[in-house]
Write a protein that binds this ligand. Structure first.
Ligand code: NAD
Ligand code: UDP
Length: 312
């Protein structure tokens, strides 16, 4: 199979490229490098089954025949998407549409990386796929949340009206090697701060929750979904819920750091809780995560140490 991965130079896209190549597929990685980095792909420079195209997916392009289109292109960390607000709205609308047109033209299967942010600041807990969400349409996170919700509607419309063979994965907070050191997400911030001996910046009182999935589990779930015939959204995430204060303490334990925790203001509209109900993924895909948070943090340490050394 020849797969197109949009967002291939990013954290998840580059791991997906590795997994598809590992299975013997050909991969065309497409990325405009607005938040990703070629560093994430440099180990593939002599891989003959991998090609890279620097391209903004908001501009139409012809990748030639592809059998599968994976759409992972979008700024994803709150700092990135708030800095690139309009770009984020455009990639989830025009960008997603361009990729759907490619899938239609070549009769390729299509998988779109959606997000737990579709649930906004959820009033249903844990979140099942049937929950419609609680999203502020004009708040600071709206550029991302509404972009992703529009993408879900567009993907579903291409399935309903144009018979494109689509899948939607709702990804919950995922972490691991190749997360950008400075993208402001909680795991990258805490690990970098702890390893540098700096204070860990806890936003709010730390009672808000997230459920963290290690990248190998996430990619396994996504690949299983890519081979299923499920067209409605499927949550892929680790259902073990942590307060952000507990997460900070876990990072301090794993890094054996003497850093202090300092409190900073909670960003506007920061969701107070987030936990996936993964019954659907268990039932349809026979999938569940296997790596707990502390093991995943340990598996990420070498990468973050190397990034810090390189940045020094
Ligand atoms: P990332 O920032 O590392 O990767 C996104 C990639 O998309 C980057 O390489 C970026 O340069 C590229 N990109 C952005 N706009 C583009 C455009 N217009 N044209 C071409 N390329 C473009 O982020 P990530 O964490 O790997 O996220 C990948 C996808 O998964 C995103 O769609 C994100 O919304 C989704 N997701 C991630 C998480 C997570 O916890 N990591 C959670 C939910 C959803
Ligand atoms: N957070 C924090 N300190 C940081 C970075 C993030 O306390 O240095 C909090 C943030 O306010 C949120 C949670 O950690 O409640 C997860 O933030 P992240 O940006 O990783 O992703 P989100 O799930 O909010 O999109």
């Amino acid at each position: 199979m020849r797969a197109l991965i949009a967002g291939a130079a990013g954290f998840l896209g580059s791991h997906l490229a590795d997994a598809l190549l590992e299975e013997g597929n050909e991969v065309l990685g497409v990325d405009n490098l607005c938040t990703g980095s070629l560093e994430n792909l440099k180990h593939l420079s002599s891989e003959p089954r991998f090609e890279f195209l620097e391209q903004d997916i908001c501009c139409s392009f012809d990748p030639k025949r592809v059998d599968y289109v994976f759409n992972f292109a979008s700024p994803a960390s709150p700092e990135d998407y708030m800095r690139l607000g309009i770009e984020t709205l455009m990639v989830g609308s025009t960008g997603t549409r361009n990729l759907l047109d490619i899938a239609k033209k070549y009769e390729a299967k299509f998988l779109h990386a959606s997000t737990s942010e579709c649930y906004g600041d959820p009033e249903q807990h844990p979140q099942t796929e049937e929950y419609w969400g609680h999203v502020n349409p004009i708040g600071p996170r709206s550029v991302y949340d509404e972009s992703k919700r529009f993408s879900e509607a567009l993907v579903t419309a291409y399935h309903r009206y144009q018979e494109v063979d689509t899948r939607l994965v709702r990804i919950f907070n995922t972490y691991g090697p190749r997360l950008h050191l400075n993208d402001g997400r909680v795991i990258s911030n805490f690990l970098a701060q702890a390893l540098r001996g700096n204070d860990l910046t806890l936003y709010g009182d730390g009672s808000q929750t997230r459920s963290f999935c290690y990248v190998s589990d996430e990619i396994d779930g996504i690949l299983r979904l890519s081979r299923s015939d499920e067209h409605t959204p499927v949550n892929i995430g680790n259902p073990i819920e942590w307060t952000i204060l507990e997460c900070a303490k876990a990072v301090l334990r794993v890094t054996e750091s003497k850093s202090e925790i300092v409190y900073r203001p909670l960003p506007e509209d920061d969701p107070s809780q987030r936990q996936p109900d993964i019954s659907k993924a268990r039932r349809l895909l026979n999938w569940e995560p296997t790596v707990d948070l502390e093991s995943g943090l340990k598996l990420s340490l070498d990468y973050f140490r190397a990034c810090i050394e390189a940045a020094a």
